[in-house]
Design a protein around this ligand. Structure first.
Ligand code: SF4
Length: 316
Protein backbone atom coordinates (compact mmCIF):
# COMPACT_ATOMS: atom_id res chain seq x y z
CA UNK A 1 0.00 0.00 0.00
CA UNK A 2 1.22 3.50 -0.81
CA UNK A 3 2.05 5.90 1.96
CA UNK A 4 -0.53 8.65 2.07
CA UNK A 5 2.26 11.25 2.03
CA UNK A 6 3.71 10.09 -1.29
CA UNK A 7 2.45 12.23 -4.15
CA UNK A 8 1.34 9.28 -6.25
CA UNK A 9 -1.95 9.04 -8.08
CA UNK A 10 -3.01 5.88 -9.89
CA UNK A 11 -5.17 4.99 -12.87
CA UNK A 12 -6.15 1.77 -14.60
CA UNK A 13 -5.31 1.46 -18.32
CA UNK A 14 -8.66 0.11 -19.46
CA UNK A 15 -11.04 -0.58 -22.29
CA UNK A 16 -14.82 -0.74 -21.86
CA UNK A 17 -16.93 -3.43 -23.53
CA UNK A 18 -20.68 -2.84 -23.50
CA UNK A 19 -22.64 -6.11 -23.93
CA UNK A 20 -25.83 -4.05 -24.29
CA UNK A 21 -26.92 -0.47 -23.82
CA UNK A 22 -30.50 -1.60 -23.19
CA UNK A 23 -31.76 -1.10 -19.67
CA UNK A 24 -35.10 -1.68 -18.00
CA UNK A 25 -34.46 1.25 -15.65
CA UNK A 26 -35.01 4.81 -16.74
CA UNK A 27 -32.91 6.99 -14.45
CA UNK A 28 -33.66 10.52 -15.53
CA UNK A 29 -29.96 11.53 -15.58
CA UNK A 30 -28.97 8.61 -17.85
CA UNK A 31 -26.89 9.20 -20.98
CA UNK A 32 -26.27 5.50 -21.66
CA UNK A 33 -29.46 3.50 -22.08
CA UNK A 34 -31.49 2.49 -25.11
CA UNK A 35 -34.95 0.89 -25.07
CA UNK A 36 -34.97 -2.89 -24.44
CA UNK A 37 -35.01 -4.82 -27.71
CA UNK A 38 -34.12 -1.78 -29.84
CA UNK A 39 -30.43 -2.56 -30.42
CA UNK A 40 -28.55 -5.84 -30.98
CA UNK A 41 -26.27 -7.09 -28.22
CA UNK A 42 -22.51 -7.32 -28.69
CA UNK A 43 -21.39 -10.69 -30.05
CA UNK A 44 -18.32 -12.60 -28.90
CA UNK A 45 -16.84 -12.28 -32.40
CA UNK A 46 -17.20 -8.49 -32.24
CA UNK A 47 -15.60 -8.45 -28.81
CA UNK A 48 -12.69 -10.58 -30.00
CA UNK A 49 -12.09 -8.18 -32.90
CA UNK A 50 -11.97 -5.27 -30.47
CA UNK A 51 -9.75 -7.05 -27.95
CA UNK A 52 -7.14 -8.51 -30.32
CA UNK A 53 -5.40 -5.21 -31.20
CA UNK A 54 -5.52 -4.14 -27.53
CA UNK A 55 -3.12 -6.97 -26.65
CA UNK A 56 -0.26 -4.86 -28.02
CA UNK A 57 -1.38 -1.69 -26.33
CA UNK A 58 -1.12 -0.44 -22.81
CA UNK A 59 -4.46 -1.99 -21.73
CA UNK A 60 -4.86 -4.26 -18.73
CA UNK A 61 -8.44 -3.93 -17.44
CA UNK A 62 -11.46 -4.86 -19.51
CA UNK A 63 -14.47 -3.17 -17.94
CA UNK A 64 -17.64 -5.06 -18.81
CA UNK A 65 -20.26 -2.33 -18.40
CA UNK A 66 -23.83 -3.29 -19.16
CA UNK A 67 -27.35 -1.98 -19.11
CA UNK A 68 -29.70 -4.22 -17.15
CA UNK A 69 -32.16 -6.88 -18.25
CA UNK A 70 -34.95 -7.39 -15.69
CA UNK A 71 -34.21 -10.28 -13.27
CA UNK A 72 -37.52 -11.94 -14.20
CA UNK A 73 -37.16 -11.47 -17.98
CA UNK A 74 -36.94 -14.57 -20.17
CA UNK A 75 -33.79 -12.94 -21.66
CA UNK A 76 -31.99 -12.61 -18.33
CA UNK A 77 -30.18 -15.95 -18.67
CA UNK A 78 -28.88 -15.09 -22.16
CA UNK A 79 -27.83 -11.63 -20.94
CA UNK A 80 -25.95 -13.06 -17.98
CA UNK A 81 -24.40 -15.75 -20.20
CA UNK A 82 -23.09 -13.09 -22.58
CA UNK A 83 -21.51 -11.13 -19.74
CA UNK A 84 -19.88 -14.28 -18.38
CA UNK A 85 -18.59 -15.27 -21.83
CA UNK A 86 -17.17 -11.79 -22.49
CA UNK A 87 -15.28 -11.94 -19.19
CA UNK A 88 -13.98 -15.43 -20.00
CA UNK A 89 -12.89 -14.29 -23.46
CA UNK A 90 -11.04 -11.26 -22.10
CA UNK A 91 -9.39 -13.41 -19.45
CA UNK A 92 -8.31 -16.05 -22.01
CA UNK A 93 -6.56 -13.22 -23.90
CA UNK A 94 -4.61 -12.15 -20.82
CA UNK A 95 -6.74 -9.16 -19.76
CA UNK A 96 -8.17 -8.63 -16.27
CA UNK A 97 -11.99 -8.33 -16.32
CA UNK A 98 -14.01 -6.11 -13.99
CA UNK A 99 -17.81 -6.24 -14.35
CA UNK A 100 -20.36 -3.58 -13.48
CA UNK A 101 -23.79 -4.75 -14.66
CA UNK A 102 -26.23 -3.58 -12.00
CA UNK A 103 -27.64 -5.70 -9.18
CA UNK A 104 -27.05 -9.43 -9.60
CA UNK A 105 -28.37 -12.47 -7.78
CA UNK A 106 -26.06 -14.12 -5.24
CA UNK A 107 -25.59 -17.05 -7.65
CA UNK A 108 -24.74 -14.70 -10.54
CA UNK A 109 -22.14 -12.90 -8.43
CA UNK A 110 -20.70 -16.23 -7.33
CA UNK A 111 -20.27 -17.30 -10.97
CA UNK A 112 -18.74 -13.99 -12.05
CA UNK A 113 -16.17 -14.21 -9.25
CA UNK A 114 -14.53 -16.97 -11.32
CA UNK A 115 -13.87 -14.63 -14.26
CA UNK A 116 -13.48 -11.21 -12.62
CA UNK A 117 -10.60 -9.86 -10.54
CA UNK A 118 -12.98 -7.29 -9.06
CA UNK A 119 -16.49 -6.02 -9.58
CA UNK A 120 -18.37 -2.80 -9.06
CA UNK A 121 -21.69 -1.17 -8.40
CA UNK A 122 -22.32 2.46 -7.53
CA UNK A 123 -24.32 2.78 -4.34
CA UNK A 124 -25.10 6.33 -5.58
CA UNK A 125 -27.11 7.51 -2.57
CA UNK A 126 -28.86 5.62 0.20
CA UNK A 127 -31.69 8.07 0.65
CA UNK A 128 -35.05 6.64 -0.51
CA UNK A 129 -36.18 10.19 -1.45
CA UNK A 130 -34.65 9.74 -4.90
CA UNK A 131 -37.15 6.97 -5.65
CA UNK A 132 -39.69 9.77 -6.02
CA UNK A 133 -37.51 11.85 -8.33
CA UNK A 134 -34.58 10.74 -10.53
CA UNK A 135 -35.19 7.04 -9.77
CA UNK A 136 -38.98 7.07 -10.07
CA UNK A 137 -38.76 4.70 -13.04
CA UNK A 138 -35.68 2.77 -11.96
CA UNK A 139 -36.71 -0.32 -9.97
CA UNK A 140 -33.14 -1.54 -9.47
CA UNK A 141 -32.13 1.70 -7.78
CA UNK A 142 -33.65 0.55 -4.49
CA UNK A 143 -31.00 1.56 -1.94
CA UNK A 144 -31.39 -1.60 0.14
CA UNK A 145 -30.99 -3.81 -2.93
CA UNK A 146 -27.73 -2.09 -3.79
CA UNK A 147 -26.46 -2.22 -0.24
CA UNK A 148 -27.16 -5.94 -0.28
CA UNK A 149 -24.88 -6.28 -3.33
CA UNK A 150 -22.03 -4.79 -1.33
CA UNK A 151 -22.76 -7.23 1.48
CA UNK A 152 -22.84 -10.23 -0.87
CA UNK A 153 -19.57 -9.11 -2.46
CA UNK A 154 -18.09 -9.14 1.03
CA UNK A 155 -19.46 -12.60 1.83
CA UNK A 156 -18.12 -13.89 -1.49
CA UNK A 157 -14.74 -12.18 -1.03
CA UNK A 158 -15.03 -10.18 -4.26
CA UNK A 159 -12.83 -7.05 -4.29
CA UNK A 160 -15.31 -4.28 -4.91
CA UNK A 161 -15.56 -0.73 -6.22
CA UNK A 162 -18.53 1.42 -5.30
CA UNK A 163 -19.26 5.10 -5.12
CA UNK A 164 -21.56 8.08 -4.81
CA UNK A 165 -23.20 10.07 -7.56
CA UNK A 166 -23.22 13.67 -6.31
CA UNK A 167 -25.78 16.29 -7.25
CA UNK A 168 -28.88 14.28 -8.16
CA UNK A 169 -31.15 15.81 -5.56
CA UNK A 170 -29.64 14.56 -2.31
CA UNK A 171 -28.49 16.58 0.71
CA UNK A 172 -25.05 16.81 2.28
CA UNK A 173 -26.22 14.63 5.19
CA UNK A 174 -27.19 11.99 2.63
CA UNK A 175 -23.55 11.85 1.47
CA UNK A 176 -22.22 11.21 4.95
CA UNK A 177 -24.89 8.57 5.60
CA UNK A 178 -23.99 6.74 2.38
CA UNK A 179 -20.27 6.91 3.12
CA UNK A 180 -20.87 5.64 6.65
CA UNK A 181 -22.81 2.65 5.29
CA UNK A 182 -19.92 1.77 2.95
CA UNK A 183 -17.51 2.15 5.82
CA UNK A 184 -19.57 -0.18 8.07
CA UNK A 185 -19.66 -2.91 5.43
CA UNK A 186 -15.93 -2.57 4.81
CA UNK A 187 -15.24 -2.97 8.51
CA UNK A 188 -17.12 -6.28 8.36
CA UNK A 189 -15.61 -7.69 5.17
CA UNK A 190 -12.51 -5.57 4.22
CA UNK A 191 -13.51 -5.86 0.56
CA UNK A 192 -14.01 -2.30 -0.74
CA UNK A 193 -10.98 -1.21 -2.73
CA UNK A 194 -12.23 2.11 -4.05
CA UNK A 195 -15.01 4.62 -3.55
CA UNK A 196 -15.74 6.83 -6.56
CA UNK A 197 -17.01 10.36 -5.96
CA UNK A 198 -18.71 11.16 -9.26
CA UNK A 199 -20.07 14.67 -9.82
CA UNK A 200 -23.32 14.80 -11.80
CA UNK A 201 -22.37 16.16 -15.21
CA UNK A 202 -25.30 16.86 -17.54
CA UNK A 203 -25.18 15.07 -20.86
CA UNK A 204 -26.95 15.53 -24.17
CA UNK A 205 -29.32 12.55 -23.78
CA UNK A 206 -30.62 13.01 -20.24
CA UNK A 207 -33.99 14.44 -19.26
CA UNK A 208 -33.00 15.40 -15.70
CA UNK A 209 -32.85 19.18 -15.80
CA UNK A 210 -30.28 20.18 -13.20
CA UNK A 211 -26.97 21.97 -13.05
CA UNK A 212 -23.71 20.07 -12.94
CA UNK A 213 -22.45 19.35 -9.43
CA UNK A 214 -20.35 22.35 -8.42
CA UNK A 215 -16.73 21.18 -8.90
CA UNK A 216 -15.58 23.76 -6.39
CA UNK A 217 -17.34 21.73 -3.70
CA UNK A 218 -15.64 18.46 -4.58
CA UNK A 219 -12.40 18.91 -2.57
CA UNK A 220 -14.47 19.59 0.54
CA UNK A 221 -16.52 16.40 -0.01
CA UNK A 222 -13.33 14.39 -0.60
CA UNK A 223 -11.75 15.70 2.60
CA UNK A 224 -14.80 14.70 4.65
CA UNK A 225 -15.05 11.33 2.87
CA UNK A 226 -11.41 10.73 3.74
CA UNK A 227 -12.32 11.20 7.40
CA UNK A 228 -15.29 8.83 7.21
CA UNK A 229 -13.81 6.03 5.10
CA UNK A 230 -11.21 3.58 6.42
CA UNK A 231 -7.66 4.42 5.28
CA UNK A 232 -7.35 1.30 3.11
CA UNK A 233 -10.17 2.44 0.79
CA UNK A 234 -8.88 4.62 -2.03
CA UNK A 235 -10.93 7.61 -3.12
CA UNK A 236 -11.35 7.76 -6.89
CA UNK A 237 -12.40 10.76 -8.98
CA UNK A 238 -13.13 10.89 -12.72
CA UNK A 239 -10.79 13.57 -14.14
CA UNK A 240 -12.88 14.11 -17.28
CA UNK A 241 -15.76 15.37 -15.10
CA UNK A 242 -13.62 17.95 -13.30
CA UNK A 243 -13.16 20.60 -15.93
CA UNK A 244 -10.71 22.85 -14.19
CA UNK A 245 -7.13 21.56 -13.84
CA UNK A 246 -6.61 23.55 -10.66
CA UNK A 247 -9.57 21.84 -9.08
CA UNK A 248 -8.33 18.43 -10.15
CA UNK A 249 -5.15 19.17 -8.21
CA UNK A 250 -7.24 20.47 -5.30
CA UNK A 251 -9.10 17.13 -5.28
CA UNK A 252 -5.79 15.29 -4.96
CA UNK A 253 -4.65 17.61 -2.19
CA UNK A 254 -7.94 16.83 -0.41
CA UNK A 255 -7.26 13.08 -0.47
CA UNK A 256 -8.28 11.56 -3.83
CA UNK A 257 -5.61 9.13 -5.02
CA UNK A 258 -7.02 7.35 -8.08
CA UNK A 259 -8.37 8.47 -11.45
CA UNK A 260 -10.17 5.23 -12.33
CA UNK A 261 -10.14 3.39 -15.62
CA UNK A 262 -8.85 5.53 -18.49
CA UNK A 263 -10.20 4.18 -21.77
CA UNK A 264 -10.86 5.77 -25.19
CA UNK A 265 -14.48 6.61 -24.26
CA UNK A 266 -16.38 7.27 -21.04
CA UNK A 267 -19.48 5.21 -21.87
CA UNK A 268 -21.50 6.56 -18.94
CA UNK A 269 -20.65 10.21 -19.72
CA UNK A 270 -20.11 10.18 -23.50
CA UNK A 271 -20.19 13.99 -23.67
CA UNK A 272 -17.03 14.16 -21.54
CA UNK A 273 -14.00 12.61 -23.28
CA UNK A 274 -11.38 11.05 -21.02
CA UNK A 275 -8.15 12.97 -20.60
CA UNK A 276 -5.54 10.56 -21.89
CA UNK A 277 -2.42 9.58 -19.99
CA UNK A 278 -0.06 12.11 -21.56
CA UNK A 279 -2.40 15.03 -20.86
CA UNK A 280 -2.89 13.90 -17.28
CA UNK A 281 0.87 13.76 -16.76
CA UNK A 282 1.20 17.30 -18.11
CA UNK A 283 -1.27 18.49 -15.47
CA UNK A 284 0.04 16.40 -12.60
CA UNK A 285 3.82 16.47 -12.95
CA UNK A 286 4.36 20.24 -12.54
CA UNK A 287 2.50 19.97 -9.24
CA UNK A 288 4.76 17.14 -8.10
CA UNK A 289 2.31 14.26 -8.65
CA UNK A 290 3.46 10.99 -10.19
CA UNK A 291 0.86 9.19 -12.31
CA UNK A 292 1.16 5.41 -12.00
CA UNK A 293 -0.76 2.64 -13.76
CA UNK A 294 -2.38 0.02 -11.52
CA UNK A 295 -4.22 -3.26 -11.95
CA UNK A 296 -8.02 -3.46 -11.48
CA UNK A 297 -7.36 -5.50 -8.34
CA UNK A 298 -5.26 -4.30 -5.43
CA UNK A 299 -2.42 -6.50 -4.14
CA UNK A 300 -4.03 -7.19 -0.78
CA UNK A 301 -6.83 -9.14 -2.50
CA UNK A 302 -4.68 -11.56 -4.53
CA UNK A 303 -5.37 -14.45 -2.14
CA UNK A 304 -9.14 -14.10 -2.82
CA UNK A 305 -8.72 -14.81 -6.55
CA UNK A 306 -9.35 -18.19 -8.17
CA UNK A 307 -6.15 -19.68 -9.58
CA UNK A 308 -6.69 -18.71 -13.24
CA UNK A 309 -7.20 -15.09 -12.25
CA UNK A 310 -4.31 -15.14 -9.80
CA UNK A 311 -2.02 -16.54 -12.50
CA UNK A 312 -3.07 -13.82 -14.98
CA UNK A 313 -2.42 -11.16 -12.32
CA UNK A 314 1.06 -12.63 -11.71
CA UNK A 315 1.82 -12.30 -15.44
CA UNK A 316 0.94 -8.63 -15.45
S1 SF4 B 1 -28.15 5.02 -15.21
FE1 SF4 B 1 -27.70 2.83 -15.41
S2 SF4 B 1 -29.44 1.83 -14.37
FE2 SF4 B 1 -30.06 3.95 -14.81
S3 SF4 B 1 -31.11 3.80 -16.82
FE3 SF4 B 1 -28.96 4.32 -17.20
S4 SF4 B 1 -27.98 2.36 -17.59
FE4 SF4 B 1 -29.92 1.94 -16.56
Amino acid sequence: MLSFNQKIVTYSPAYTLVPTYECFNRCSYCNFRVEPGSHPWMTLAEAENILLPLKNQNVCEILILSGEVHPLSSRREAWFGLIYDLCALALSMGFLPHTNAGPLSFAEMQKLKNVNVSMGLMLEQLTPKLLNTVHRHAPSKLPQLRLQQLQWAGELQIPFTTGLLLGIGETEDDWWETLAAISDLHHRYQHIQEVILQPHSPGSQQIFDAEAFNPLQLPEVIAKAREILPADITIQIPPNLIKDEGWLLACLDAGARDLGGISPKDEVNPDYPHLQEQRLREILQPAGWELRPRLPVYNQFNSWLVEELAATVRNR
